[in-house]
Ligand binder design. Structure first.
Ligand code: FAD
Length: 138
């Protein structure tokens, strides 16, 4: 059954674009082989990932990813059936927030994130998905 998993985690180290690229390098082929699509957003100390695919396949992948020592405090926000994929064509889309123009960054931060000294992502599934929708449409 086509399903998705949405989770948040804290990176063990400050997230650089090269860390995201390292993860994507491996994920691209691995996810393609498993017919998994999705997005990986990382900024500051937070990862937000959406995995889409067969229910059992993404559950196993999620459990595998959760053991990766590059992140911790993994919080599963959503694991449920979906009618269609949001990220068709993306075995794993990486998103580099730092590449957005400053005013777009500020708009997103003001709207969705509890931005104090650190950058915190929304912690509710609905807000996370709205956040991702807005990012991918920019
Ligand atoms: P592993 O022995 O885990 O590693 C294989 C390669 O991954 C290594 O050669 C190295 O390049 C890299 N690697 C693993 N751990 C480290 C580390 N601690 N420091 C530096 N490099 C390391 N994998 C997917 O297949 N699909 C995904 O969608 C996916 N999403 C991820 C999201 C996040 C936030 C993180 C942190 C990891 C994600 N991964 C994903 C990677 C996953 O956790 C595994 O590392 C990967 O699947 C390889 O697993 P493996 O057991 O085959 O090999």
């Amino acid at each position: 059954m086509l399903s998705h998993i949405v989770y948040l985690s804290d990176s063990t180290n400050f997230i650089s674009w090269s860390l995201i690229k390292d993860i994507l390098l491996f994920s691209d082929e691995n996810n393609k082989n498993k017919n998994v699509t999705g997005i990986l957003f990382g900024h500051g100390i937070n990862f937000l990932q959406v995995l889409e695919g067969d229910k059992v396949v993404i559950k196993n992948l999620y459990e595998h990813i959760a053991k990766d020592e590059r992140h911790q405090n993994i919080t599963l926000l959503d694991f449920c059936p979906i009618a269609e994929r949001k990220f068709k064509g993306w075995s794993m889309k990486g998103f580099n927030f730092a590449n957005l123009p400053k005013e777009q960054q500020q708009h997103i931060l003001n709207k969705y994130c509890d931005a104090g000294e650190y950058f915190y992502l929304p912690t509710e599934t609905k807000s996370c998905l709205a956040f991702i929708d807005e990012l991918t449409q920019l």
